[in-house]
Design a binder for this molecule. Structure first.
Ligand code: IMP
Ligand code: MG
Length: 174
């Protein structure tokens, strides 16, 4: 069994979503943006963010999977579900739950850049900077975390705990 210890409360997450929303509004100053959520982990974050950002927004989703730990090091990420709509000429903000090695976001920014968006920015709720293997630039970050395995607020452990309203740290016990 595992135990979950609270790392960021519902209140702290709300404050962080509000702060990021204000930064996005300032950066895009009345322009339209397309939020691209990475399934499944970002579903809760993107829904709160979209409600908080006071701009014209469109929402789309993309789904990727990384091969086993051995092959992720080579950056092999597989596209499971593509966007439904064209992003040419659009301001895109990729919304991720957590950035670890950075390989997923590297793959996605390279892929989406080929479609000639007006701009691409990266937004993540959690950032594990200490685990980074490729250079990517996060434009909006909720919280910096150490090398914890976390769950909740959309993030899973073996598909469990996505529905928790807070982010917790998993402690394995037997
Ligand atoms: P990256 O390509 O290594 O940056 O992988 C990022 C993805 O790994 C995230 O979107 C999560 O799906 C998953 N991930 C990384 N760290 C955690 C964690 O602590 N808990 C749950 N999933 C994680
Ligand atoms: Mg993910």
């Amino acid at each position: 069994m595992e135990k979950i210890e609270v790392l960021f409360t519902e209140e702290e997450i709300k404050d962080s979503v509000k702060r990021i929303a204000r930064e996005i509004e300032k950066d895009f100053n009345g322009e339209e943006i397309v939020f691209v959520g990475i399934l499944k982990g970002a579903f809760m974050f993107i829904s709160d963010l979209a409600r908080e950002v006071n701009l014209n927004t469109k929402i789309d989703f993309i789904s990727v999977s990384s091969y086993g730990e051995k092959t992720t090091s080579s950056g092999v990420v597989k596209l499971i579900k593509d966007l439904d709509n064209d992003i040419a000429g659009k301001n895109v903000i990729i919304v991720e739950d957590i950035v670890d090695t950075g390989l997923t976001l590297k793959y996605l920014t390279d892929l989406l850049n080929q479609r000639k968006p007006k701009s691409i920015k990266l937004c993540t709720l959690l950032n594990k900077a200490c685990r980074r293997r490729v250079d990517i630039k996060n434009d909006y970050i909720g919280f910096e975390i150490s090398d914890y395995f976390v769950v909740g607020y959309g993030i899973d452990y073996a598909q469990k705990y996505r529905g928790l309203p807070y982010v917790g740290h998993v402690i394995l016990e037997d």
